[in-house]
Design a protein. Structure first.
Length: 400
C-alpha cells in the first residue's frame, strides 16, 4: 500500500478473513466426509447427510475462536505467529469436540452417531486450507492496497529507515508506515524511504488520534533517552524494536525481572523430547515425500544423462550436527567440465567477465545444462535427493 498519511484501515478486512476461514472449513468438512465415505468398505459404520447437517454449523466454532484470539484481521501477526494461532484454535476446538461429542449427542441427539474419523480428517484438511486461504486473500488485499493499519515510525533516521524497509518486505504483517518522526534528520529532508518526515519525535503526539500504532526504534547509542518518552506517547500500541541484530526472532518472550524488562530466548531443540518429536515428524512427512519424488527423480535422471553424459547425482560436503561432515545429495545441473567451460567463456567475452567479477554469477551461465538443468535450478527440484539425507538423519525438513 502507498505510504501516505491518508491511508485508513478498512473495517471490512476482518470480516473478509472470517468468511475465508468459514468457507475453508466447510470445504475441509466436505473433503473429510468424501474421504471417509471412500473408506466405507473398511469402516462400514454408516454416515450420511444428517451427520453433515449437524457438523456443518458446528464448524463456526473455529472462526469464532479465531475472532477471540485476534486473527481477524490480525495486523501485526507475522506468518509464523498467525499460523500458530490458527493451528492452536483448530486443534483445540476440534479436539474438544471429538472428545465431548458422545456426551453432547446423548443429550441433544441420542439416536445419531457422528464419525470421529471424518472429524479428524476435517481437522487435517482445515490445517491446510485455512492458512492457504488466508494467505491468498491477504496477498490479494495487499495488491489492492487495502491491507494494513497505519503506523508511525519513531527513532533515529538510520533505525527508522531499517524499520520501514523491514515492514515493506514483510507486507503481510499489515503495518503501513505513514509518518516518520526523528531528531537527527537534516533540515531540508522531507521523507525517509518515501515516508513523510513530520518533524522531531516530540511532535508524534499530534497524530496519535489518527494513528494507533507506533514503532519505536532506539539504537545502542541513545543512552536511554527513549525510556521516558514511552510513557508520554499516546498511541494505543507501541512496539519497541531494540538494536539487537543477529538475535533469533522466534521463541523470544518478554519477562519482568524485578521491574526490569528482559528478553527470554527459548532453545526448544535442546530439549530431548522435542528432538524426538522432530525426528519422528521428519520420518512421517519425509518418507511419503521421498516415495512421491521417485518418479520425478527418475525422469530428471533420464533427461540429465541424455543431455549431458556423466553421473546424474553429486554430493556437496557440509558441516552437520556436532561438526560432523556430511555429503548433501543433489541432482547435477551443470556440465561435468563446468569450470573449463566457464574459463573459456570468460576469455572470449569481456562483458561476461565484467559481469562475473561484479556479481560472481552470470545471467547466461555456460556451465548450466540447457533445458533440464535450468528448470531444476529454477524450481529447486535439484534438491529433491536431500530427502534421502533427511531419512538418514543427517538433515531435517525444517530447521537445523
Amino acid at each position: 500500500p502507498a505510504a501516505t498519511l491518508s491511508f485508513v484501515k478498512r473495517w471490512w478486512v476482518g470480516p473478509v478473513l472470517f468468511l475465508t476461514d468459514t468457507l475453508a472449513l466447510q470445504l475441509a468438512l466436505g473433503l473429510g466426509f468424501l474421504v471417509r465415505l471412500g473408506l466405507l468398505s473398511w469402516l462400514p459404520i454408516g454416515m450420511g447427510w444428517r451427520q453433515y447437517q449437524v457438523l456443518s454449523p458446528l464448524m463456526m466454532m473455529v472462526p469464532l475462536g479465531g475472532l477471540l484470539v485476534g486473527l481477524y484481521p490480525g495486523y501485526g501477526l507475522g506468518p509464523v505467529a498467525r499460523l500458530r494461532r490458527q493451528t492452536t484454535v483448530l486443534v483445540v476446538l476440534m479436539g474438544l469436540f471429538v472428545l465431548w461429542q458422545s456426551e453432547m449427542l446423548n443429550v441433544f441427539l441420542p439416536d445419531l452417531a457422528l464419525p470421529r474419523l471424518a472429524i479428524l480428517l476435517t481437522m487435517g484438511f482445515g490445517m491446510l486450507l485455512c492458512p492457504l486461504g488466508e494467505s491468498l486473500v491477504i496477498r490479494f488485499l495487499v495488491r489492492m492496497g487495502v491491507w494494513g493499519a497505519p503506523a508511525a515510525i519513531i527513532g533515529s533516521s538510520k533505525a527508522v529507515g531499517r524499520i520501514i524497509r523491514a515492514l515493506r518486505e514483510e507486507h503481510t504483517l499489515g503495518w503501513v508506515p505513514v509518518a516518520v518522526f526523528c531528531n537527527d534528520a537534516e533540515a531540508a529532508q522531507r521523507d525517509i524511504e518515501g515516508v513523510p518526515l513530520l518533524g522531531p519525535m516530540a511532535r508524534s503526539r499530534a497524530v496519535s488520534g489518527k494513528i494507533h500504532i507506533a514503532v519505536l526504534a532506539p539504537t545502542n547509542n541513545d543512552n536511554g533517552q527513549y525510556v521516558p518518552m514511552v510513557s508520554r506517547l499516546r498511541f494505543r500500541r507501541i512496539v519497541i524494536v531494540p538494536d539487537l541484530d543477529g538475535l533469533p526472532v522466534l521463541g523470544i518472550r518478554a519477562r519482568d525481572l524485578g521491574g526490569m524488562a528482559g528478553l527470554e530466548i527459548h532453545r526448544n531443540l535442546l530439549k530431548l523430547h522435542n528432538l524426538i518429536i522432530k525426528r519422528i515428524l521428519d520420518y512421517i512427512i519425509g518418507a511419503p515425500m521421498f516415495v512421491v519424488s521417485l518418479p520425478i527423480l527418475a525422469v530428471a535422471v533420464f533427461l540429465i544423462k541424455r543431455t549431458s553424459p556423466g553421473p546424474a547425482f553429486f554430493t556437496q560436503e557440509r558441516i552437520g550436527l556436532g561438526g560432523r561432515r556430511i555429503g548433501i545429495w543433489k541432482l547435477r545441473t551443470m556440465y561435468v567440465d563446468a569450470e573449463s567451460r566457464l574459463s573459456d567463456h570468460l576469455e572470449r567475452n569481456p562483458q561476461a567477465r565484467r559481469e562475473w567479477e561484479q556479481f560472481c554469477k552470470l545471467k547466461d551461465d555456460p556451465r548450466i545444462i540447457p533445458g533440464i538443468g535450468r528448470f531444476l535450478r529454477r524450481t529447486s527440484l535439484d534438491e529433491l535427493p536431500q530427502l534421502w539425507n533427511i531419512l538418514k538423519g543427517e538433515m531435517s525438513l525444517v530447521g537445523p
